[in-house]
Design a protein around this ligand. Structure first.
Ligand code: COA
Length: 644
């Protein structure tokens, strides 16, 4: 079942959204923000609200049955083990199931009774807030919007103003509970992630960061590494119109015509503990505290970037350059310091037409951001009537930071570290335009499963060995649900790759292997969407052991566990209707990232590898992926023709 496929009734109020997403949806009547008393790291007068996820009255994330998970687990580790190793793993699993596993399962079930979602806080902390690598490349995806050619600065600022107005309209829909509830089949999905997009900021703290939720009427604008506060409402309480915002952005540009000497923003690209130390030092100064708070409480960041020469390129190199700008800003000598990576949303509007956003991943998955993207693109393409103006717009305010010698050194280190990261990320983005979802559907296969199997085939062709493969599945049918892992590598996916590479295999055998692999993937997907995968359950059992001071059972250090969880192919479908795409870095040093946007007649892919690893590079992976897709297409056609 597709999230977007099954629908109940339409509602006129939602017309715009429904047109955008091709949805007919049910309304969510009572999705209200629930104020709560937040503990502030900086004392201030702002109120912080944590968006509530309880109001939808959704089912609770289940704890899968231990035996079911272990059976699935054994199937999923088989491709990575020889017979003797598999035998050892089976014995360990047996021992676990009848021994410590039972105890951990009962502790986990107890936790599930006490928490609305037994995984939610654990996941937020272990997957995000306690993760110490930089958010740049390792966690925060970029999203590239369709290209724009700006002929002059006025074009750029006008586009930026429209982007902000579109974002405000989208926020108003969220605040007024006008966002239609997404459905998966008959199940409504948890919409709470939508409430966490605007006003949210991640705060660096040693060992574990924090999220700060805010509502306000200003944005942070960064140009030439200078940081400004821009109020989007005038003193008369009226929202500014497009011309007024453009004029204010022009003032920002004029006030920051030369690059800032202290590039504070680059600190947000650092390892989280390094940034936390710098943040502490900065916070000793009152002026700095006020500036930090201003950024923290803003609705979003707008990065007015310098030109990158994007129009000297065309096609895929142009896409790859744009992806780099949205992931890391191209390093300290390009736009890498023209950022505040802790903010959930940073809109990027480059001087010569790269547009998109970077999003900090901890509060939300990619899908709400993809919906926001489609909303913005549609808004920009429409000729909206001129809105009335505010009689008293406020001037932009430059945010000041007093930087002592110690922080200056940290900024210098942050620049070096960012530049290393930039040099290491080997991106390759492309549009596969030979076919898209429609062709795959016409052969009665799930497009997502088919594309996943193309990645399996590509990896096997390149490396001659199965690749452990992560795909995100949304578990938003449960309250507070985020994702489960689809383990895309299976016995069947390996059989399929081998069949495709076997010159003696007949097209019908290859086709049978493809059907078998797609079915195995789809079956796992259906389980994962219901929260019945392997990875989150095993993580829960591990975390409950740690919490209770219980020594970790041997299955967690067994080669079956280690190899099947070393996700060399990290993938995610992020679907938007416009010709955009999301992009991010690999999960492991010898891995590949693949984010894809399958559309009716083409698929946008963003692939990446780490340059430092000798075994992987994005260009051969991309070539293998294109070859796999072409080969699969030909097999389908040949097998179909031979039936005629
Ligand atoms: N024959 C014909 N059509 C089929 C088919 C078949 N055998 N199987 C599926 N289809 C159709 C579906 O009905 C759907 O139609 P639609 O385009 O009209 O809606 C379409 O093909 C796509 O379905 P499919 O490719 O099977 O997958 P999906 O769109 O349901 O996506 C997941 C699967 C796992 C990606 C999705 O459920 C999900 O969880 N997405 C969120 C992932 C996420 O969180 N990403 C962000 C992480 S940051």
């Amino acid at each position: 079942m597709s999230i977007n496929s099954q629908v109940q009734k339409s509602n006129l109020e939602y017309e715009e959204f429904n047109m955008l997403r091709g949805l007919r949806l049910t309304s969510l009547k009572s999705c209200l923000l629930e104020p709560y008393a937040s503990s502030f790291h900086i004392k201030c007068n702002y109120t912080s609200t944590k968006p509530s996820s309880k109001v939808q009255n959704l089912p609770r994330l289940p704890v899968p049955k231990l035996g079911d998970t272990l059976n699935k687990y054994l199937k999923s580790v088989q491709p990575f083990l020889n017979d003797a190793e598999f035998n050892t793993t089976c014995n360990l699993v047996k021992e676990f199931e009848s021994g410590m596993g039972k105890k951990l399962q009962s502790l986990l079930e107890k936790r599930a009774e006490q928490h609305q979602n037994w995984l939610e806080d654990w996941w937020l902390n272990t997957a995000y807030l306690e993760y110490r690598d930089p958010v740049v490349v390792f966690s925060s995806p970029g999203l590239v919007f369709p290209f724009r050619k700006f002929n002059n600065q006025q074009d750029q600022l006008k586009y930026a103003a429209k982007t902000l107005l579109a974002a405000l309209d989208y926020k108003a829909l969220i605040d007024n509970d006008k966002i239609p509830v997404e459905m998966m089949g008959k199940s409504p999905l948890d919409m709470s992630q939508y409430k966490k997009i605007f006003g949210t900021c991640r705060i660096p703290i040693e060992k574990r960061d924090k999220l700060s939720f805010n509502d306000s009427k200003h944005v942070t604008v960064i140009h030439n590494n200078h940081i400004f506060r821009v109020d989007l409402w005038g003193s008369d309480g009226k929202r500014l119109n497009e011309d007024q915002i453009s004029q204010i952005l022009k003032k920002v540009v004029d006030l920051s015509s030369t690059p800032a000497s202290d590039t504070i923003g680059v600190l947000t690209s650092e390892n989280r503990d390094n940034w936390a130390k710098a943040y502490q030092l900065l916070s000793k100064d009152k002026v700095n505290r006020e500036s930090l708070l201003d950024v923290e409480t803003s609705l979003a960041v707008l990065c007015l970037d310098a030109a990158t020469g994007v129009w000297r390129l065309e096609g895929d190199p142009q896409r790859t350059l744009a992806a780099a700008q949205t992931i890391h800003g191209g390093g300290s000598r390009s736009n890498g310091a023209n950022r505040w990576f802790d903010k959930t949303i940073q809109f990027i509007v480059g001087a010569d037409g790269i547009t998109g956003l970077t999003y900090e991943h901890s509060p939300a998955e990619g899908q709400p951001i993809a919906v926001l993207t489609d909303f913005i693109i549609k808004y920009i393409e429409q000729d909206k009537p001129v809105e009335s103006s505010s009689s008293s717009p406020k001037d932009p305010v430059r945010l000041t930071f007093n930087v002592n010698k110690e922080v200056a050194e940290m900024i210098s280190t942050a620049k070096t570290n960012l530049d290393k990261l930039v040099a290491d990320l080997d991106l390759n983005c492309f549009k596969f335009d030979r076919y898209g979802k429609n062709f795959i559907k016409s052969h009665k296969m799930s497009p997502d499963s088919y594309l996943q199997m193309a990645m399996q085939y590509a990896f096997y062709k390149l490396h001659g060995t199965p690749g452990a493969h992560y795909e995100s599945a949304a578990t938003r049918m449960y309250a507070g649900g985020r994702t489960e892992t689809i383990r895309s590598c299976s016995v069947q996916s390996v059989q399929f790759a081998r069949a495709m590479l076997d010159a003696r295999a007949a097209p019908r055998d290859k086709l049978a292997a493809l059907h078998g692999a797609v079915k195995a993937h789809k079956d796992y997907t259906v389980q994962a969407l219901q929260g019945l995968g392997v990875d989150r359950h095993l993580l829960g059992l591990k975390l409950i052991a740690i919490e209770n001071g219980i020594e970790l059972p041997k299955i967690y250090s067994d080669p079956g566990y280690v190899r099947s969880a070393h996700m060399r192919i990290s993938t995610s479908q992020v679907a938007c209707r416009c010709d955009g795409f999301m992009c991010y870095g690999p999960l492991v040093p010898d891995g590949y990232a693949t984010c894809y946007n399958p559309r009716d007649d083409d698929v946008n892919f963003a692939t990446a590898a780490f340059a430092a690893h000798p075994d992987t590079a994005s260009a051969p992976y991309r070539a293998a992926l294109e070859h796999a897709l072409t080969d699969m297409h030909d097999v389908l056609l040949r097998a179909t023709q031979s039936k005629l």
